[in-house]
Design a protein around this ligand. Structure first.
Ligand SMILES: Nc1ncnc2c1ncn2[C@@H]1O[C@H](COP(=O)(O)OP(=O)(O)O)[C@@H](O)[C@H]1O
Ligand SMILES: [Mg+2]
Length: 248
């Protein structure tokens, strides 16, 4: 590979108190690829995403984003790296007292001081169009359905045109049809914008639709990494179970 990987974990471990949450996790993800992380609750999926965004630091090992070890860089360099990362949190977490459009304006005002008001409005409108919410800019979050809230959260994560999008359970709590619409949107973002995607999900159907690679975490260990059909042949039973459609 001539290009550096978008993400590389090298022997990453993370402990909270005496609880080992991640143990010696290593993998690489190429630019423009989609990785889905599957695993039962409490196996370190969200912690893995937070390590990628520099919100947490590993106790040992390296977390490299385009070859830069982000646990080692200073505040200023970390901000520069994070400027290119969009994060859709598990909760979605729009601010209730702001409209959808105002929610999208927040990261633009905070992180991209070069844009004029007109450019900010244009970025907001383009991004809302991308997620199919072009008529919902002035709605309050309480007026949105579950699927629309996820789309709005996704729009906020995308408004700065990130090269890396991290999404924590973007389809949880949605019915299958709405969930597959979100999956299609993620696939489209990857295709149109060449964004690298890392998606945490409980839903193996989503993972099979969206992922180039699936990572399986079990009790903090990376017990599987590969395509769905490779993982189906794993000799680890947890991997086979999590990747098989029949377990849903
Ligand atoms: N900031 C934190 N402080 C202490 N423990 C944490 C923290 N973040 C996560 N944990 C613990 O790490 C484990 C894995 O959490 P998490 O990555 O959120 O799991 P999941 O795979 O469900 O996303 C859990 O036991 C959780 O309680
Ligand atoms: Mg989680």
């Amino acid at each position: 590979m001539s290009d550096p990987p978008a993400i590389e974990f090298q022997h990453v471990s993370k402990t909270f108190g005496n609880r080992k949450v991640l143990v010696d996790v290593s993998f690489k993800l190429g630019k423009g690829e989609a990785l889905c992380i599957l695993g039962r609750s409490g196996t370190g999926k969200t912690v893995t995403l937070k390590l990628m965004d520099g919100l947490l630091k590993p106790d040992s090992g390296k977390v490299c984003i385009e070859s830069e070890d982000i646990a080692q860089v200073g505040e200023k360099d970390l901000s520069r790296v994070r400027r290119h990362i969009g994060f859709l949190f598990q909760s979605g977490a729009l601010f209730d007292s702001f409209t959808v459009g105002e929610n999208l304006a927040l990261p633009l005002h905070r992180l991209d001081k070069t844009k004029s008001s007109a450019e900010i409005q244009q970025a907001i409108e383009e991004t809302l169009k991308r997620v199919g919410l072009d008529h919902d800019k002035d709605k309050m979050p309480a007026e949105l359905s579950g699927g629309m809230s996820k789309r709005a959260g996704l729009a906020r994560a995308l408004v700065l045109n990130p090269t890396l999008l991290l999404a924590d359970e973007p389809t949880s709590g949605l019915d299958q049809i709405t969930a597959s619409e979100i999956d299609n949107l993620l696939i489209k973002v990857k295709k149109d914008l060449h964004t690298t995607l890392v998606i945490v999900t409980h839903d193996v159907r989503s993972a099979r639709r969206v992922a180039d690679h699936i990572a399986i975490l079990d009790q903090g260990r990376l017990v599987g990494f590969g395509t769905a059909s490779e993982l189906e042949k794993s000799d680890n039973e947890v991997v086979r179970q999590l990747v098989s459609e029949s377990c849903i």
